[in-house]
Design a protein around this ligand. Structure first.
Ligand code: AQP
Length: 330
């Protein structure tokens, strides 16, 4: 069975973008692949997080993984920090990645361009930790939204270079980017990605948003004055984004949705999108409550960490012997 690895960093509450671009696909793939789904909590602290809020977000993220349908009997679900080998391989990968490569990463450049000050070294080097996360498990595939594709490509380049230098060590992974919904945009500024760290922004739907709040955000989504429901991300980014959201959740193709709403006003179309979103959120939120009430999170994380650790410790030892830094038999 081919292996798939995926992760999310809960720097806030998980969003509809995380769900459509990533989480929903982890669930869909868990029967076909051996799924390793972790919570990237080290990646969270590349930007300061309030410790109490972070703990809550981590717990909610695990609960949402399960509520969205990840089955811990099929998938290995764990916290990155419970497997110490990630940080160690992260350092090794940072010694096998060039600064020129990191300088080209658009996520970091975007944060820099926004004029954000006090950017940390951890934020700059986090793609090397992400390479470690993936390569540790010899993942065949990594399902990601569009924004993370560049990081998986960097991981591939590093793996190829490492294999060339030290002999065949890593499987070179493939990114899997969904055809629809790979980049869900902000509802208040559809030229910008929907991001969980845009706190309090009307543009972002959180999976645990009150349904009335979610509906309001969709009904007030920024559109255009063309008054025609059609898929044209350049001239109608708002409407195109809503079409993607509807299509990803309902499974109806964008072409069919355009036909269905060709004579509708934007109000009617937005109501249909809000119905589909609220239906999905209501299912997720009911399952989330059950997961929290069941008290199963600790056990799932412990079991997942044990399984992941077994793979990671063997792999790290093999890597360290290849490089020449491990000299004693474990
Ligand atoms: N808007 C989005 N549309 C589609 N996919 C998305 N993903 C994130 N936002 C969207 C995908 O979700 C997975 C987990 O991403 P992440 O949370 O680890 O990091 P991120 O991409 O940096 O997400 P955010 O919400 O934008 O975080 P902040 O605000 O902290 O920077 C990835 O596969 C990602 O592609």
């Amino acid at each position: 069975m081919k292996r798939m690895l995926s992760g999310i960093k809960p720097t806030g509450q998980l969003t509809l973008g995380n769900y459509i671009g990533a989480l929903k696909n982890f669930v869909a793939y868990q029967d076909e692949y051996e799924m390793i789904a972790f919570i990237a909590n080290l990646h969270c602290i590349t930007v300061y997080q309030d410790p109490q809020e972070l703990k809550k977000n981590l717990k909610d993220a695990v609960a949402l993984y399960l509520a969205c349908g990840l089955d811990p009997n099929k998938a290995t679900v764990f916290l990155q920090t419970d497997v110490l080998e990630h940080a160690q391989l992260g350092f090794i990968m940072s010694c096998n990645t060039y600064m020129g490569e990191l300088n080209r990463m658009t996520q970091f450049k975007d944060k820099q361009a926004k004029g954000e000050t006090n950017l940390t070294a951890g934020l700059y080097t986090y793609p090397t930790l992400m390479s470690a996360d993936i390569l540790m498990y010899d993942a065949d595939y990594v399902p990601v939204g569009e924004d993370q594709k560049q990081h998986v490509e960097l991981c591939r380049d590093t793996a190829i270079r490492f294999n060339h230098k030290y002999g065949d060590t890593f499987k070179v992974p493939e990114p899997l980017v969904p055809k629809v919904g790979a980049r869900i945009m902000s509802l208040s500024d559809p030229t910008k990605k929907m991001s969980k760290s845009d706190h309090g922004d009307k543009g972002c739907i959180y999976l645990l948003d009150d349904l009335n709040v979610a509906r309001k955000k969709i009904m007030s989504a920024v559109t255009d004055s063309l008054a025609k429901v059609q898929f044209d991300p350049v001239n109608q980014p708002g409407i195109s984004n809503l079409l993607q959201i509807h299509s990803s959740l309902s499974g109806v193709s964008i072409d069919d949705l355009v036909k269905q709403f060709e004579n509708s006003g934007y109000g009617e179309f937005k109501k249909a999108v809000a119905d589909v979103v609220c239906q999905e959120l209501s299912k997720i939120q009911a399952a989330y409550k059950d997961v929290i009430a069941s008290g199963q999170i600790e056990a799932v994380l412990e079991d997942g960490a044990n399984k992941a650790r077994r793979i990671a410790s063997r792999k790290l030892s093999k890597i360290q012997r290849k490089i020449g830094i491990e000299i004693r038999k474990r």
